[in-house]
Design a protein around this ligand. Structure first.
Ligand code: ATP
Ligand code: MG
Length: 419
């Protein structure tokens, strides 16, 4: 895409009421637009990144047998009343129509997915089954000061699975846990899994996926030597103590963001809707349900928080809005312009996503914009580099600069993209 055609421009300042680093940088870079506290619109650059995050999630959910659906987000109040959520879920947005009918905005979708599954999973032969969606959620959050990491409208992937037995549920639960770890790794993040809460015996199994960042709202203790990690809200473990798992490491404390969450919901929702299926002997049984969430927009905000430097955003390759930021430095129409135009076409033909800054601006302004936007590789074409028969290639993350021929550059790029 030619940058002169891009719908957005960068801006020097974020709105004064925006305190979160992720939103400040994303707004300044033109990725998102703030509508009010906790509500943001996604613009071309932001949507490209969000789509890439969603694609990674979609691939991993499909790989474990999840089937994608899209459920309604405007919900009839009756279903929420049936499960008790209408009175007990404090973040539920409730609406009244002009005919005094009541509705809820989806903050999670157990109330919708359970009756749908009830219609199709009537026999043990229909189980196990898992469905997921990626879309908007609405929550009346009291605090919305974390930018896109805590929205009142936000993106979530939510999956729901239905099983005949606890054993089958446990099997799928651990498959999903592994898929989640792959998703976060592919998005460039090191996520830690909290140990099961399991305080009281009626409490069901759940795992939280935590990424260490000061921008998070959770406190964890974790072992630097092994995989042990616990949320301090539920665990008694204290920093400084010996790791209860490996008995070697010393527990450390950190602030973290919960990017995902998986739950054993047991039979609560099927019971509320009298959902049973026929087992092998023709007897009515209640299925066991699991739910699995990932905050897609919180994940995007977390990536910004974890990798940004003083100059701006630093995207991991896998979720960057473009692979290459091609920058033309030339005051007049000349050989550099022709060479950059030709390179832009070559990249496009090779399927490389390029943002081509051919704007009539000073080099300093272009570089500052490129640093803020955070595309992994910056390629500079100028009369000076052309004289040497080379292109200047800068790595946004490391700052490393290489002088490469066009052939060398194309090779480097295709190697990065095939990883
Ligand atoms: P939190 O404790 O942070 O409020 P939660 O336990 O309420 O999260 P879930 O209901 O399990 O979260 O939702 C699944 C995922 O959706 C969370 O792990 C998180 O990544 C994301 N999420 C939850 N609430 C928000 C929000 N208000 N804005 C953005 N993402 C959110
Ligand atoms: Mg919450």
């Amino acid at each position: 895409m030619r940058q002169s055609h891009l719908f957005t421009k960068t801006r020097k300042e974020a709105p004064t009421d925006e305190v979160a680093k992720n939103a400040q940088l994303l707004i300044r870079g033109g990725f998102i637009h703030k509508e009010m506290a906790g509500v943001y619109s996604y613009l071309p650059l932001g949507l490209r990144t969000l789509n890439k995050i969603e694609t990674i999630i979609r691939e991993e959910m499909d790989a474990i047998g999840g089937q994608e659906i899209k459920m309604a987000t405007l919900h009839p109040s009756e279903k929420w009343k049936q499960t008790g959520g209408w009175d007990n879920v404090d973040v539920l947005f409730k609406l009244k129509s002009r005919t005094e009918k009541e509705y809820a905005l989806g903050q999670s979708e157990e109330e919708i997915v359970t009756p749908i599954a009830q219609e199709y999973a009537t026999s043990y032969k229909d189980l196990p089954v898992s469905v997921y969606q990626i879309g908007q959620k609405y929550r009346d959050e009291l605090r919305a000061k974390s930018g896109i990491m805590r929205g009142r409208e936000f993106g979530m992937k939510d999956m729901y699975s239905f099983h005949e037995s606890q054993e089958d549920f446990d099997r799928f639960f651990s498959i999903t846990k592994e898929a989640y770890l792959r998703i976060f790794r592919r998005a460039g993040l090191d996520a830690k899994v909290t140990e099961a809460s399991g305080g009281s015996f009626s409490e069901k199994l759940s795992y939280e996926f935590m990424v260490i960042t000061d921008a998070g709202e959770d406190d964890i203790v974790y072992c630097p030597s092994c995989i042990h990690c616990a949320n301090t809200e539920v665990a008694k473990a204290e920093a400084g103590g010996e790791c209860p798992k490996c008995k070697k490491g010393t527990l450390a404390k950190a602030r973290a963001a919960e990017v995902g969450n998986v739950f054993d919901l047991g039979v609560k929702y099927p019971k509320a809707f009298s959902f049973t299926y026929k087992d092998k002997d023709g007897k009515e049984q209640t299925p066991i349900v699991g739910c699995y969430g990932i905050g897609t927009t919180r994940l995007m905000g977390t990536i910004v928080e974890v990798f940004a430097d003083e100059k701006g955003i630093v995207w991991p390759e896998s979720v960057a809005p473009f692979n290459i930021h091609l920058i033309l430095i030339s005051s007049v129409e000349g050989t550099a312009k022709a060479a950059a135009d030709a390179l832009y076409e070559k990249f496009r033909m090779a399927g490389v996503e390029v943002l081509y800054d051919e704007r009539d601006l000073r080099a300093g302004e272009k570089f500052a914009d490129a640093d803020l936007i955070g595309i992994p590789l910056r390629v500079i074409v100028s009369e000076k580099t052309l004289k040497e028969g080379k292109l200047e290639v800068k790595n946004r993350k490391t700052g490393e600069v290489q002088m490469l021929t066009e052939t060398e550059l194309l090779k480097t790029v295709s190697a990065t993209l095939s990883v």
